[in-house]
Design a protein around this ligand. Structure first.
Ligand SMILES: CC[C@H](O)CC(=O)C(=O)O
Ligand SMILES: [Mn+2]
Length: 338
């Protein structure tokens, strides 16, 4: 059978969808069930990665240390992975994860800023971790730029380089063009992380696999930022039908969805109007709930905020601009009415 490696990001990207509200106990319990279902790597923690719990990104229910402790205790075969966005998280935060046997760190940067990952990847490799370079908002750069930045990640020692469609803004032809160019240009495995804002997460993930990605992400029930991620149990079912071995027990994974994830979801993970606009405008997936809150506070349409954020090419870390845009739109509205 053809092999594919899957990284489950339910307990990290999924945290965006529940405003980072999972307790350490909940995380530990879900991690245990994912392990029992045969998932081999799970990414956990605040949606914005280690060090993310803050006023800017939203406070998490528990500290990084509490999440690491609960998850590491729960896992038998599955490995723990953390996301580190340099500037939000630091090497000191990573050292805390290492106390709890973290196996993998995904060092995530904006697609044009891979150079800020060098010291973090170096540190991870020197300390025996798997280091994955993770290029966010990859729809914002042309193929050549994505390739250039992936090569940088590889030169720093990344074991895998990921292309992330953070805004769920890519269509399959773009995914194919970028993944095949990456495959041809770098010597380490290529990974792909999708969002479903245009309803294409499973399709784009298959397009990525077809053109050379050998590591892909999913989340149970698609729980994740914006319209959510590639729904993992759907992806596993499709891959089974296509003759891939994921090592995951499909029924056990479905049961995790029904018994553990459904009850904690704040809302169905659908492509709502504003989530669709994120994919359409190419805005950042995790801006969704921030934009909804700002829309309500300033009496404007969340879609207008997100369209404007897409037009301004805003990226992760610019959450404060959401409020600025909402205030500007609200002023414009009052002027138009007056
Ligand atoms: C805020 C970090 C972001 O959620 C990372 C990620 O999953 C992505 O860029 O899609
Ligand atoms: Mn994501």
């Amino acid at each position: 059978m053809k092999q594919i490696r899957i990284i489950d990001a339910t307990l990290r990207d999924g945290m965006h969808a529940v405003s980072h509200s999972l307790s350490a106990e909940q995380m530990g319990a879900i991690a245990q069930r994912l392990d029992e279902a045969g998932v081999t790597t799970i990414e956990i923690g605040h949606g914005d990665g280690i060090g993310g719990s803050s006023l800017q990104y939203g406070f998490a229910k528990a500290s990084d240390r509490e999440y690491f402790a609960a998850v590491s205790k729960a896992l038998k075969n599955c490995k723990m992975d953390v996301l580190l966005i340099p500037g939000i998280g630091t090497i000191e935060d990573l050292k805390v994860a290492m106390e709890y046997n973290v196996h993998t760190v995904r060092v995530a940067t904006h697609v044009t800023e891979a150079d800020v990952a060098e010291q973090h990847i170096n540190f991870a490799k020197k300390n025996g971790l798997e280091a994955i370079g993770f290029l966010m908002m990859s729809h914002m750069a042309p193929v050549e730029k994505v390739v250039e930045q992936a090569k940088l990640m590889e030169s720093y020692g990344a074991d895998v380089v990921y292309m992330a469609d953070s805004g769920g803004a890519m269509v399959p032809d773009e995914v194919k063009a970028k993944i095949s160019a990456l495959k041809a240009a770098i010597n380490v495995p290529v990974g792909f992380h999708a969002h479903n804002n245009l309803g294409l997460a499973v399709g784009n993930t298959l397009a990525a696999i077809e053109t050379g990605a050998t590591v892909v992400d999913g989340t149970v029930r698609g729980l994740g930022a914006g319209a959510g991620n590639t729904q993992l149990e759907v992806l596993v079912a499709v891959l089974n039908k296509m003759g891939y071995d994921t090592g995951i027990d499909l029924y056990k994974l479905m049961d995790v969805g029904q018994e553990m994830i459904d009850p904690l979801m704040h809302r169905p993970q659908i492509i709502s109007n504003d989530a669709l606009v994120i994919g359409y405008a190419g805005a950042y997936g995790s801006f969704l709930l921030h934009a909804r809150r700002a829309a309500e506070k300033f009496g404007v349409d969340a879609r207008d905020i997100l369209m404007e954020l897409g037009r301004r090419k805003t990226v992760g870390g610019q959450e404060d601009l959401i409020i600025d845009v909402a205030i500007e739109l609200s002023k414009q509205r009052k002027q138009n009415v007056g």
